[in-house]
Design a protein around this ligand. Structure first.
Ligand code: SF4
Length: 349
């Protein structure tokens, strides 16, 4: 395939069809010499890891409103940032967001490094994010390879080897097509193509700029690609969550340890999450079971039985007690909010 022609065709399509994003400098603006802000590109890419564009937009606007520069974010209060992140999931990203902002300020004078190697050395920046920031913010010819790009490449070249075995081949094909000029626009163009045209189900080959060279379209295999090695079935874990109020109406909570799942987030005390649920009340009270929630994490399904207790007077000292005025369900990670939704009807206003 003529890789130069492929890139040119995709860029011409992007010039007409680029999606608008709050962090994006569109092709016309770029041609007029406006460059992207590395801080905004980095933040959007961290938020977009494992999360859809639609879900990220409001979080991105809120974060950049609260903390318009990397210096502002570096100086932010950890609890405030974790609270604002609540609901976006994968909370290690929020902790790394803060660590990275602080490293950029402490080690790079508040200016994001431009080369991929230095970007990779920053907390929470993996190969994909480093390439995305280097290409989109600095227009360097780095190649972004995510699930979208793998899908498009597997179809364009009709690659039938299943993922993840085909990753090296798909990465090499993606690298060959990345142009030296307009690398940032190209990276965004291929993301847009994967999201809007070469979609997982029913790709829109009739309006695709790569319709002519695409081998999967020619061979009628597009809808079957990329092939994937079957996933292992997710295990199930079970546990108890305990929701209590003090006589003054404060909620008895705990902050989870910094390391591990939901690290640093506020939540309800509970038992370990294991194959069978074992009761583990955090303190003696008249606990009553009121329901169960299900939540699915990346690697397992979780069932939590919800226990409630009213007017407890013996909350342990290490507990975090939040008065009704300070408590915001939206500050909780989704699994803990689900627990609250089941529990709250059993308490007085
Ligand atoms: Fe995807 Fe169809 Fe375009 Fe091929 S022609 S890249 S299958 S949308």
């Amino acid at each position: 395939m003529d890789h130069g022609a492929l890139a040119a065709g995709l860029l011409a399509w992007y010039d007409e069809n680029a999606r608008e994003m709050p962090w994006r400098v569109g092709p016309a603006s770029r041609k007029a010499g406006i460059t992207a802000d590395p801080y905004r590109i980095w933040m959007s890419e961290v938020m977009l890891q494992q999360t859809t564009v639609a879900a990220v937009k409001t979080y991105f606007e809120r974060f950049t409103h609260l903390w318009p520069t990397v210096q502002d974010l570096a100086a932010a209060d950890d609890t405030h940032v974790m609270g604002e992140w609540a609901g976006l999931g994968y909370y290690a990203r929020a902790r790394n967001l803060l660590k990275c902002a602080r490293a950029v300020v402490a080690d790079h004078g508040g200016v994001f490094p431009t080369d991929r190697k230095s970007l990779l050395a920053l907390p929470g920046i993996g190969p994909y994010t480093a390439s995305a920031v280097a290409s989109i913010a600095f227009d360097l010819p780095e190649t972004v390879v995510d699930g979208n790009v793998e899908r498009v490449m597997s179809r364009l070249h009709d690659v039938h080897e299943p993922l993840p075995l085909s990753k090296p081949q798909l990465t090499e094909l993606a690298e060959r097509t990345t142009p030296k000029n307009r690398a940032g626009d190209y990276a965004q163009a291929i993301m847009d193509l994967g999201a809007t045209v070469c979609t997982p189900k029913s790709p829109h080959c009739d309006i695709c700029p790569w319709s002519a060279p695409c081998l999967a379209r020619k061979n009628g295999t597009a809808a079957d690609l990329p092939k994937k090695v079957p996933k292992a079935i997710k295990p199930t874990r079970k546990g108890f969550a305990y929701v209590a109020q003090t006589p003054s109406g404060a909620w008895v909570m705990e902050r989870r340890p910094d390391k591990g799942l939901l690290g640093g987030m506020l939540g309800w005390p509970g038992s370990p999450w294991e194959e069978t649920a074992q009761e583990a009340p955090p303190f003696a009270a008249d606990w009553a079971e009121v329901g169960e929630i299900k939540h699915t994490f990346t690697h397992f399904h979780l069932f939590l039985r919800v226990m409630v207790a009213n007017a407890v007077a013996n909350a342990p000292e290490h507990a975090v007690t939040l008065g009704a005025n300070e408590f915001q369900p939206s500050d909780l990670p989704t699994v803990m909010r689900k627990v609250f939704d089941v529990a709250q009807v059993h308490f007085d206003d």
